[in-house]
Design a protein around this ligand. Structure first.
Ligand SMILES: [Zn+2]
Length: 213
């Protein structure tokens, strides 16, 4: 058994105390503990900003609860009588919280972000090309099935298959992150990006078919 460290290690990217811009005392989090003035967003990662452990398994209800509790503290009504600088700092805090919330709420963007925190960028500079041979084959088969689907019922069948593949894909992704298997997480995230785009295309195509009939 590995001996657990008696000290609580600060998570990487967590809020680190910095000098309050107003009173110069050490401050961390949204407000200075000494003078109560709102603090700038700083360099905390999205998970730390919302007080969540870094990982793929985020409970949506918990994420919502933390986000809305923090946003309430920054409500414009609370800072309307403050100085222009405090209002500006509060707005940048609110923007950072929105960014964190939107990134973490969607499982796919959460996965992309988690990989980025580990130094893995998914988007090649050149664009949307698929380089993984297995994924390329799967993508071609899906596109072929969609091209051959003559009526709405057939398109719906392809859509159902894509949804089933996405659901399974997210389960595999959670397993990969749980096992710290970054290579597998990367492959599965790329696959899910493709499947999600395909599902959007199918929705668009069905809407166009309905409009035309
Ligand atoms: Zn202060």
């Amino acid at each position: 058994m590995t001996q657990l460290s008696p000290q609580i290690d600060r998570a990487p990217g967590a809020h680190v105390p910095v000098a309050c811009w107003s009173c110069q005392k050490a401050a961390e989090g949204l407000f200075c503990g000494a003078c109560g003035v709102v603090q700038p967003p700083g360099s905390a990662d999205h998970f730390a900003r919302l007080g969540l452990a870094r990982g793929f398994g985020v409970e949506t209800a918990e994420l919502d609860r933390r986000y809305f509790a923090l946003q309430r503290q920054l409500h414009p009504d609370r800072i309307v009588k403050k100085t222009p600088r405090e209002r500006a700092v509060s707005q940048s805090q609110a923007a950072s919280l929105n960014d964190a919330y939107e990134t973490l709420r969607d499982p796919l963007s959460r996965a992309v972000y988690l990989l980025r925190l580990q130094g893995i960028e998914l988007e090649p500079a050149s664009g949307q090309t698929i380089s993984d041979p297995a994924l390329l084959m799967e993508a071609m088969e899906m596109r072929e099935a969609l091209a051959e689907a003559a009526d709405d019922q057939a398109v719906q069948a392809v859509a159902a298959q894509v949804e089933a593949d996405r659901k399974k894909g997210f389960e595999l992704l959670a397993k990969a992150f749980g096992a710290s298997d970054t290579a597998r997480a990367r492959t599965q995230t790329l696959r899910l990006k493709y499947l999600t785009k395909l599902a959007e295309d199918i929705r668009g195509r069905r809407a166009a078919m309905r409009a035309a009939s």
